[in-house]
Design a protein around this ligand. Sequence first.
Ligand code: SIN
Ligand code: FE2
Length: 194
Amino acid sequence: MLLRGFALTNAQDLIATVTLVSNAAPFRNMVTPGGRAMSVAMTNCGDVGWVSDRSGYRYDRTDPTSGDPWPRMPAAFSDLAARAAAAAGFDSFEPDSCLINRYIPGTKLSLHQDRDEQDFDAPIVSVSLGLPATFLFGGPRRADRPRRVRLDNGDVVVWGGPARLTFHGVAPLADGNHALTGRSRINLTFRKAF
Ligand code: SIN
Ligand code: FE2
């Protein structure tokens, strides 16, 4: 479900909070198991954070760069995620992890499933901030041709239930300049990992 503008009134505060999180746990380009640096820069907050390295993908309680726990999930983040999930029909969503993605012009995210979580009953809640992007939303198989959906600052996408393992990605970000984020797009993805 696409909730247009659901986070628009919070966007400025969300970006300020992302800055606080990334001061403690800086954005970094993680390496895939195949050894390539991802073009999307990532950090996390919450009890656990999603990480990738040569040994695979997983959720970890600590930031591998510093060895410290990830910054706590701000109440404003979990509240927004729970409200968006409820608006899409998923009651009492309690995310324990927020992956924060930063895209600069040219950056893309290849089609993938979010399947490193233990609990596929909980939905994924994705909040778009800053520059617009083309979200690719496919089907249950990688070969399914994805729909192309424009996501603007403040838009929220929720997928779960029978759509929980849908292949999705982001087309290369077009250049631009956004009042809130400059030449970048920030995406918050809320998950229940454990
Ligand atoms: C993701 O799949 O983790 C991010 C999707 C997005 O940036 O919109
Ligand atoms: Fe994803």
